[in-house]
Design a protein around this ligand. Structure first.
Ligand code: DAK
Length: 263
């Protein structure tokens, strides 16, 4: 791997896009390495991932403009598909992914953060979809995910106007869950990831699936999705241990930690 580093701390995996000379811009190689990194995550031991960028200036400054500038229509579609496949893989990844946004999150950078489950950022972060200023539409799901996260009106204002926003506004409109200083960002991300990782892993996975899948369908179908995923939990040791501990009034006992087993 030239542009991605991956470290594991306990049950938390940290994926870092490491191309700081280009502000971690996403070229084809970065996308391919991201794909390979996620596919290699050991899901028996890792329960939550953090995605961040190297350096103190940029999370991801977008898709690589140099690489995109010479694309033909067919190549543009292929590049878009490559990105979309990776972003969708992150969005539907079995375990939660936290974006720790340490600076610029523009274009594809804003888009990859929106493929993650939860976004937190440093106070120097800048978000935006500058594509219309470059003569293109957002191509990695920006038109779709931004509207779903912050609402249609705000998303249209940002996208049509190519208007960047700072961390405080991103927090105000719900694009990020919290803002930290740059020094506090990774410790906060790790703390959040550890809290998630300490909970029953199958239940957490099923929550992610229920929320994501349920949002794609109407409420009648959504609650059926939830019912099935809820039912699945009753085949797990965590459900028996978790409820047993409550009934035994043993508040000190932690949930029994069992390695996740695919059904
Ligand atoms: N691509 C390639 N290189 C980039 C880059 C990018 N997006 N952003 C920055 N760099 C490089 C710069 O070229 C520079 O390289 P050197 O000149 O040193 O070799 C280095 O990073 C440092 O950047 P600056 O010198 O510009 O640093 P500043 O602090 O002055 O400015 C900046 C920081 C983030 C404001 C500025 O770099 C900037 O405006 N960057 C571009 C931001 C941007 O427009 N991002 C959106 C890209 S468009 C699609 C698929 C995908 C997409 C669209 C369609 N389909 C297939 C339909 C996605 C589109 C995008 O993401």
């Amino acid at each position: 791997m030239e542009f991605i580093t991956y470290e594991v701390e306990g049950a938390v995996g940290i994926v870092t896009i490491n191309r700081p000379k280009a502000l971690n811009a996403l070229n084809s190689q970065v996308l391919e390495e991201l794909d390979a990194t996620f596919k290699a995550v050991d899901l028996d031991t890792v329960r939550c991932l953090i995605l961040t960028g190297a350096g103190e200036k940029s999370f991801v400054a977008g898709a690589d403009i140099g690489e995109m500038s010479t694309l033909t229509k067919a190549e543009g579609e292929a590049f878009g598909k490559k990105g979309n496949d990776v972003f969708r893989m992150i969005e539907t990844f079995p375990i939660p992914v936290i974006a720790a946004i340490n600076g610029f999150a523009l274009g594809g950078g804003c888009e990859i953060s929106m493929s993650c489950d939860i976004r937190i950022c440093s106070d120097n972060a800048v978000f935006g979809q500058p594509e219309v200023g470059l003569g293109i539409t957002p191509g990695f799901g920006g038109t779709q995910r931004l509207a779903r996260i912050i609402g249609v009106g705000k998303a249209k204002e940002m996208i049509y106007g190519a208007r960047n926003i700072k961390a405080d506004e991103a927090y105000r409109i719900g694009l990020v869950n919290n803002v930290y200083t740059l020094e506090e960002l990774m410790p906060a991300a790790k703390k959040l990831a550890s809290i998630i990782a300490a909970n029953a892993p199958i239940a957490v996975r099923n929550c992610k699936k229920a929320i994501n899948d349920g949002l794609q369908v109407d409420m009648d179908q959504a609650i059926v999705i939830e019912e099935k995923l809820f039912g699945d939990c009753f085949e797990t040791e965590d459900q028996k241990a978790g409820m047993g501990n409550f009934l035994e009034k043993d508040k000190e006992k932690k949930l029994k930690v069992v390695p996740f087993q695919n059904k």
